[in-house]
Design a protein around this ligand. Structure first.
Ligand SMILES: Cc1cc2nc3c(=O)[nH]c(=O)nc-3n(C[C@H](O)[C@H](O)[C@H](O)COP(=O)(O)O)c2cc1C
Length: 373
């Protein structure tokens, strides 16, 4: 239900709105737009301006999630995001062992008393990481949200749910999102073709993918890929999502525990500066272009279908600590979204989240509302 209680023409507007609203799920989300004047007699706390099934599910103030990011999603960033009222996520596999993940979770607890999650990426490798150990660390650390990605998390769902852990699975297609729903995931993060990291192999951008997801899914979902500001959030909500997930945008923040050169590279990049690599291996990744990426692409062109992982190992294996920690910018390929073209500053996480919410609020209340006749 849209509320416009401060407008003189509120009843007329509500009547006018009612027949026009054609959300796939009428209850899908609730926007409570409220007056910006803090002295207004009916002014409720601004902090609860957007309430969706995602904010309810995860017990967070704002419908914004920070996606897991290798060598970026450490306790400092996750805690800053959660303290800002969104959902911070520690990247599980960046911690080399379950014991180290347990320490990282404990470290995060010293920095925030708000909910935060852990990303578990299920890799398609033969020798898999110690997933039971990582899950034990999550359970014992009292974490209540897990963001899964990569392979199907079905095997781990009973254990996670048994411990009251909510699961949000990252998907790049409607069919995978439906599968996630069928196996009992509580929510999905729908990652469009624009996204930094692994966009899958279907190449469907969010303007199509999100409304398609809204047509099919019953569980709530967040829009991921290309999200940067209040415009992204309002657009995501309009397309049927109940929040947004951001990766690249959160890298360019004061608290992101990465080298300043990485943040400056994102600020300097335009929307034309990312490249897709590893498509011949059906492991497509969107990365920021650099000298190593150009060598990698040249190798892909040269070898075509015959390309093997070993041919590009120098540009992709073990490069994250060198880039993120040492600022060795041409060490290899690192994930970055097209959204870099919208990122022009390195604010604190709180300033970023507050700005997004204020922008979203102004868009709904002023720009969009003023267009209604
Ligand atoms: C540097 C970087 C590392 C990432 N590492 C992971 C990861 O380890 N696991 C994962 O599920 N997603 C990973 N992602 C994807 C993000 O969680 C998120 O889905 C994506 O960044 C959203 O697109 P955006 O960058 O346009 O916001 C990574 C993204 C970036 C930019």
């Amino acid at each position: 239900m849209l509320h416009w209680p401060w407008r003189e023409d509120a009843p007329a507007m509500q009547l006018a709105l009612a027949p026009r609203r054609r959300w796939p799920e009428p209850h899908a989300f609730m926007l409570v737009a409220t007056p910006t004047d803090p002295n207004h007699p009916i002014h409720p706390p601004r902090s609860n301006a957007l309430k969706t099934r995602i904010t309810e599910l995860f017990g967070i103030q704002h419908p914004i999630i920070q996606g897991g990011m290798h060598f970026v999603g450490l306790a400092e960033l996750a805690a800053a995001v959660s303290n800002a009222g969104a959902l911070g996520i520690i990247t599980g596999l960046t911690q080399k062992t379950p014991e180290l993940l347990a320490k990282e979770i404990a470290r995060c607890r010293t920095m925030t008393d708000k909910p935060f999650g852990v990303n578990l990426t299920f890799l398609p490798t033969v020798t898999s990481p110690d997933y039971p150990g990582y899950i034990q660390a999550i359970v014992e650390g009292g974490v209540k949200v897990v963001e899964t990605a990569g392979n199907n998390p079905q095997k781990w769902m009973p254990l996670l749910h048994e411990h009251g852990i909510k699961v949000i699975h990252k998907c790049t297609s409607v069919r995978h999102a439906l599968k996630a729903e069928a196996i009992g995931c509580d929510a999905v993060s729908v990652d469009g073709f624009e996204c930094g990291g692994h966009p899958g192999e279907d190449d469907v951008p969010n303007f199509i993918l999100l409304p398609r997801a809204a047509e099919e899914l019953k569980i709530p979902f967040v829009a991921s890929g290309g999200m940067a500001d209040g415009r992204s959030l309002v657009a995501a909500l309009a397309l049927g999502a109940e929040g947004m997930n951001m990766g690249t945008r959160f890298m360019a923040t004061q608290e992101a525990p990465i080298h300043d050169k990485v943040k400056q590279a994102i600020v300097a990049a335009s929307e034309l500066d990312t490249r897709l690599v590893m498509r011949p291996l059906r492991n497509t990744e969107r990365v920021l272009n650099n000298a190593a990426v150009e060598r990698l692409i040249a190798k892909e062109k040269e070898l075509g279908d015959k390309l093997k992982f070993e041919d590009i190992i120098e540009q992709v294996a073990g490069v994250y600590p060198r880039i993120m920690q040492n600022g060795d910018m041409d060490a290899g390929a690192w994930s970055c979204g097209m959204v870099a073209g919208l990122i022009r500053d390195v604010p604190t996480v709180k300033a970023l989240v507050d700005r997004i919410m204020a922008e979203a609020d102004a868009l709904i209340e002023k720009r969009l509302a003023s267009m209604l006749r």
